[in-house]
Design a protein around this ligand. Structure first.
Ligand code: PEP
Length: 243
């Protein structure tokens, strides 16, 4: 069984005053049997050094250094204590025009820096309604997940775009169908594909977490809004610990 992972994506939310949320979580889940990751905004990462939780970036540039004003490299994230980085979040894909090839290049940069890429993919509402979800997922997996992916350097996050921040969640059958598809793809491509973690993301909260964590091939969650407050995220973490 892959080791479970509860990952929080703070997006562009959080100031130094909010670091107490991370401290509270670390205290509450000190002996947790699962991995707990917080991806705060980049300016807060260095201040998280010393916490018992894993800390990650929300994005990285494909290059190690150079003339890329405003960008951050995976090596820089690793240098201030990050051990993970999210790549290909749908907000990056839509706001910044990131293609599968760019997401793969960013993920390879993470590997080179020795950190784990949480590679996000998921269909839009139009794609789901058109019945093309699985082919969209297949294209994104093929294009975004590098051939050098391993169980150590890669986590996949299935995040239907229409479920992110909307309060809408796919049915458990819909989640099961996509996660089984992703698992089959990983098994076909990678020797350790059956151990690679596949997270579900999109409006996960305390009240729906246990049901989602009961779905086969759901190895954890990538959580946005409900990861900002220790009390809310703790409910989700507790459900994953019990699953
Ligand atoms: C996300 O941003 O990855 C996400 C899943 O957000 P939310 O949990 O708020 O839907």
């Amino acid at each position: 069984m892959p080791r479970k992972l509860a990952a929080g994506n703070w997006k562009m939310n959080g100031l130094r005053a909010n670091l107490t949320e991370i401290e509270t979580l670390a205290e509450r889940h000190a002996d947790s049997p699962i991995d707990i990751l917080i991806c705060p905004p980049a300016p807060l990462i260095a201040a998280c050094q010393g916490t018992l939780l894993d800390i990650g970036g929300q994005d990285c540039h494909p290059a190690t250094s150079g003339a890329h004003t405003g960008d951050i490299s995976a090596q820089m994230l690793a240098d201030v204590g990050a051990t993970y980085v999210i790549t290909g979040h749908s907000e990056r894909r839509s706001d910044h025009g990131e293609t599968d090839a760019i997401v793969a290049a960013k993920s390879e940069a993470a590997y080179a820096a020795g950190i784990t890429a949480v590679i996000c993919l998921g269909e839009t509402l139009a794609e789901r309604e058109a019945g093309t979800t699985l082919s969209v997922i297949d294209t994104q997996l093929t294009g975004s997940v590098p051939a050098t992916a391993t169980v150590q350097n890669t986590v996949i996050a299935y995040e239907p775009v229409w479920a992110i921040g909307t309060g809408k969640v796919p049915t458990l059958d819909q989640i099961a169908e996509v996660h089984a598809y992703i698992r089959a793809h990983l098994n076909a491509r990678f020797d350790d594909g059956n151990k690679m973690r596949i997270l579900y993301g999109g409006s996960v909260k305390g009240s729906n977490a246990a049901g989602i964590f009961g779905v086969p091939h759901v190895d954890g969650a990538l959580v946005g809004g409900a990861s900002l407050k220790a009390d809310d995220f703790s409910e989700i973490i507790t459900a994953l610990e019990a699953s």
